[in-house]
Design a protein. Structure first.
Length: 310
């Protein structure tokens, strides 16, 4: 006999335990990674990259070319760049990547300000092929400028952070410049694991009736996307299901609108259960990581004795 349980279950990722671990990986002077466990469920890796950016307008092979705007370096001047990023301050030092994108003089004031729309694509070590995207304002005459990191690809997928730029050489005649960059990018770490004991409620509202608890773990098991491994028991407290559990083992790509996860078994009234759960995130806070997820669970059991008791 088949039966289905489809009263809406709401699943809240609420609390996390504090855990302190710190791992530092070194890849020479170009980069280092520090992973810091802020909470058990949100372990973030901070990557610090240090390199030099060479913006060359002069000579036969400029890496910055004006594509629009009036003569000189004035409001409206627009440049496309494919600039070398090197480990040391000299252009001949080891190439670690390229800065590709554009900058536009966007200020009419005396203090020139550039809008930077640039992707920093790296070729060095583990970062080969990964990139970081920067979108920000660059008042070039200031000693240190800060630009937001708005995203990335590869190892920097879902990254956020900031870049600090400091000009170490500027040729007023040609416009050539060498700029030192310190770039800090943060992302949630592959392998981050959390233990959960989250309430399952009947309705969305806080204070709504608790029908069970989700107890188990989830871990970031994908290096390329938001795929979590879920190993979880739903332990029910409500009515005839009080004391019965359902076990979930599956992949949960949390950024997908709806995720399907297999129900691999159960206990009590759900003994021998098979089925699937559909999860849909109703609320998510980027700042805290708290989430409310709606679950619709469909199960088949080989026993029908309990159906009357529901
Ligand atoms: C980076 O990756 C490209 C393409 O996969 C490869 O040709 C190149 O040798 C790699 N460079 C380094 C420094 O590993
Ligand atoms: C569920 O079962 C436990 C232990 O058997 C009992 O203490 C509790 O009152 C029951 N809850 C409900 C809502 O029936």
């Amino acid at each position: 006999m088949a039966s289905s349980l489809n009263f809406p279950l709401f699943f809240t990722f609420l609390l996390a335990t504090l855990l302190t671990t710190s791992i530092t990986t070194n890849y020479g002077t170009f980069s280092d990674e520090v992973s810091e466990a802020i909470t058990l469920k949100r372990i973030e890796i901070t990557t610090h990259l240090h390199f030099y950016f060479h913006d060359i307008l002069s000579g036969k092979n400029p890496t910055a070319v004006k594509i629009a705007g009036p003569l000189g370096f004035v409001f409206g001047s627009t440049f496309v760049i494919d600039d070398a990023l090197t480990e040391g301050p000299k252009l001949t030092s080891k190439l670690v990547g390229r800065a590709q994108g554009m900058y536009v003089f966007v200020s009419r004031e005396d203090n020139p300000e550039l809008l930077m729309v640039v992707t920093y694509i790296f070729v060095e070590g583990p970062y080969n092929g990964s990139s970081i995207s920067v979108l920000g304002q660059n008042p070039v005459l200031n000693d240190v400028r800060e630009f937001p990191v708005v995203g990335g690809s590869g190892l920097f997928r879902l990254a956020r952070g900031y870049a600090l730029a400091h000009t170490i050489m500027f040729d007023f005649k040609t416009g050539d410049a060498t700029v030192e960059y310190n770039l800090l990018g943060q992302k949630i770490a592959f392998g981050a694991t959390a233990m959960a004991d989250d309430p399952l409620t009947e309705e969305l509202e806080p204070g709504s009736k608790v029908v069970g608890r989700a107890q188990g773990m989830y871990a970031l098991a994908s290096q390329r996307d938001s795929g979590l491994l879920m190993v979880m028991n739903f332990a029910f407290l409500e009515g005839g299901f009080n004391g019965s559990t359902l076990s979930i083992l599956g992949r949960n790509r949390v950024l997908d609108p709806v995720r399907e996860m297999p129900i691999v078994g159960g206990s009590g009234l759900f003994m021998f259960a098979r089925g699937y759960a559909l999860a849909r995130t109703v609320r998510y806070s980027l700042k805290t990581g708290d989430a409310v997820v709606e679950y619709n669970v469909f199960v088949t059991t080989s026993c029908n004795a309990w159906i009357e008791s529901f």
